[in-house]
Ligand binder design. Sequence first.
Ligand SMILES: NC(=O)c1ccc[n+]([C@@H]2O[C@H](COP(=O)([O-])OP(=O)(O)OC[C@H]3O[C@@H](n4cnc5c(N)ncnc54)[C@H](OP(=O)(O)O)[C@@H]3O)[C@@H](O)[C@H]2O)c1
Length: 279
Amino acid sequence: MQKEKYTLITGGSEGIGKALAEECAKRGMNILLVALPQPQLETAAQHIRETFQVRAEYFGVDLTEEQAPYQVLEWVQQKGYQIDMLINNAGFGYAGAFEDYASPQFFDKLMQLNMRALVLLNRLFIPELKKQPKAYLMNLGSMSSFQPVPYQAVYGASKAFIYNFTRAIRVELADSNISVMALCPGGTNTNDINKARNADLKGLAKKSILNPEDIAPRAIDALLKGKAKLLTGRINRIILTISKLIPLNTRLKIAAKNLKPQQEFKQTQDASQQEKVNV
Ligand SMILES: NC(=O)c1ccc[n+]([C@@H]2O[C@H](COP(=O)([O-])OP(=O)(O)OC[C@H]3O[C@@H](n4cnc5c(N)ncnc54)[C@H](OP(=O)(O)O)[C@@H]3O)[C@@H](O)[C@H]2O)c1
């Protein structure tokens, strides 16, 4: 008898990951959620089971821990889950000056989650995906994937890394059964910090903000169609097209002016804290 297939989504308990999980479940896919071991993870899995009548299981783990990506694979293999879609969504950002904003450990953690865990999960799960007749792999980039981002320097660089990595392995896997896509959202109303920041925006920046539920159906459609990337939102696509016509130095000055935090918002994050600002 053929085993049931699952879609595995990291960071699937909140925000964009949760919306992607629900969109997949709506289409009849069984779901595996991987996120921090917090009560909302179990609640999210239960909600998916009850609402969409599909299987939904979860694994709570801090993906910044050294062994975490290996533990995710071990869990999947021990349970005998067959994965035909992997969505690497877990990630976090911040807004502030590189030198003042946070401890070195904070940036270490950001890189562990946004880049190390993502690369290892790709590497560990591609052999699993290859066992299926057809499989899909999505990594979460951002609008920040496309240029350096002053005052979000490490976050922006991590998203450029993800985008370049994803486009490169897509080519390497072109003759395989796996379709690879980079999802690059602009500002999205997810956690409370993002919502508060987005509420303060003005003009085009405010109009460009989307909700996770707007992004998810388009993202899954694009992935299933075999697209290489999806930049969400018409305004974001226009901004990106126009920005390509502007010299990089000028773009950097504009970004710095818009993103430089007010003095009173300066704060120090320690390594135990993750800020939830993403762009
Ligand atoms: N929101 C935006 O404006 C925006 C724009 C562009 C790109 N993105 C990207 O989209 C992705 C999701 O962003 P979001 O705004 O939806 O985030 P979010 O609402 O903060 O949710 C993040 C998810 O990742 C999980 N997570 C966080 N740290 C983790 C860790 N160390 N180990 C395991 N799981 C962890 C969280 O679990 P808990 O619920 O337990 O905390 C949660 O499920 C990120 O990669 C982000 O960079 C977001």
